[in-house]
Design a protein around this ligand. Structure first.
Ligand code: C5P
Length: 220
C-alpha cells in the first residue's frame, strides 16, 4: 500500500485500520512529513518498508543512497531506469539484503506525454518498457516496476523469480486521478503482477479497511 500522506497522524490512522498490512510504500511526501522515525515505526509494526524515492542520479550518489537504505533495514528501494545501466549496476552492487526495483515508464505517462518529455514525435510505450526492462534485468535488479499494460512484455523478458511491481491499480469504484495506464487488481494479477501498489483508493477511502480487505479478497 502506498502511504502517500502528508502527516504522520494520517499515516497512523490508516495503519491502525489495517492490522494485517504486510508492506507499506513510503515516498518523499511521507518521509519528509514524518521523518525516519515514522519509517522505523513501520518496521516496529512488523511491516516491510518499500522506500520509493525513485533515485536518478550519478552512480556514486545512488550507490550511497542504496547502501544507507540497506543499513537502515529497508526492504525494497527504487531507481529510475533512465539513470542508465551504470547507475543501476552501482545500486545493485550496494544493495546488501535490500531489494532493488527499477522503474521503467511512470504510470502517469501516456505515449504522447512520454514522447513530449523525450522530444520525439512518437513513442511506442510497450517497446520502450521492454527496452528499459531488458537493461534493468541485465544490470541485476530484483524487481521491475511497470504499469498494468506492460506486465506481459516485462514477464516475457524476465526470469520467473523477478518481481513485477505494478502501480496504477484502480478498483472499478476508484477515481483514476493522474494515472494514465491503469487496471483493476484482478486484471493486473491475471496478467502476471507479483506485487500491486495501491495508494489513493485505500488511503482516501472513508473505510480503508473495507477497501483493503476487498482488494485482498479480489486477488485471492
Ligand atoms: O494513489 P495511487 O494508487 O495512484 O499511487 C500509486 C503509487 O505508485 C504512487 O505512490 C506513485 O509514486 C507510485 N508509482 C507510480 N508509477 C510508477 C512507479 C511508482 O504511480 N511507475
Amino acid at each position: 500500500m502506498a502511504l502517500d500522506l502528508d502527516s504522520p497522524q494520517e499515516a497512523r490512522r490508516v495503519l491502525d485500520a489495517l492490522p494485517g498490512l504486510r508492506w507499506a510504500k513510503v515516498g518523499p511526501m511521507l518521509l519528509l512529513a514524518g521523518g525516519w522515525d515514522l519509517v522505523a515505526e513501520l518496521k516496529g509494526r512488523g511491516i516491510r518498508v518499500f522506500l520509493d524515492l525513485k533515485w536518478h542520479d550519478i552512480p556514486h550518489a545512488v550507490a550511497g543512497a542504496v547502501a544507507a537504505a540497506a543499513r537502515l533495514g529497508v526492504d525494497l528501494v527504487t531507481v529510475h531506469a533512465l539513470g542508465g545501466e551504470e547507475m543501476v549496476r552501482a545500486a545493485v552492487a550496494a544493495r546488501g539484503k535490500t531489494r532493488v526495483a527499477g522503474v521503467t515508464v511512470l504510470t502517469s505517462h501516456s505515449a504522447a506525454s512520454l514522447a513530449a518529455a523525450l522530444g520525439r514525435p512518437t513513442v511506442e510505450l510497450a517497446g520502450e518498457v521492454e527496452r528499459l526492462a531488458r537493461m534493468l534485468l541485465a544490470a541485476g535488479v530484483d524487481a521491475v516496476v511497470t504499469s498494468p499494460e506492460e506486465i506481459g512484455v516485462v514477464r516475457s523478458v524476465a526470469g520467473p523469480d523477478t518481481w513485477i511491481v505494478v502501480p496504477g491499480i484502480r478498483p472499478p469504484f476508484a477515481e483514476v486521478g493522474d494515472q494514465r495506464r491503469t487496471a483493476t487488481p484482478e486484471a493486473a494479477v491475471a496478467a502476471g503482477a507479483t506485487h500491486l501498489v495501491v495508494g489513493r483508493p485505500i488511503v482516501r477511502a472513508k473505510d480503508p479497511r473495507k477497501v483493503y480487505q476487498g482488494l485482498c479478497d479480489a486477488i485471492g
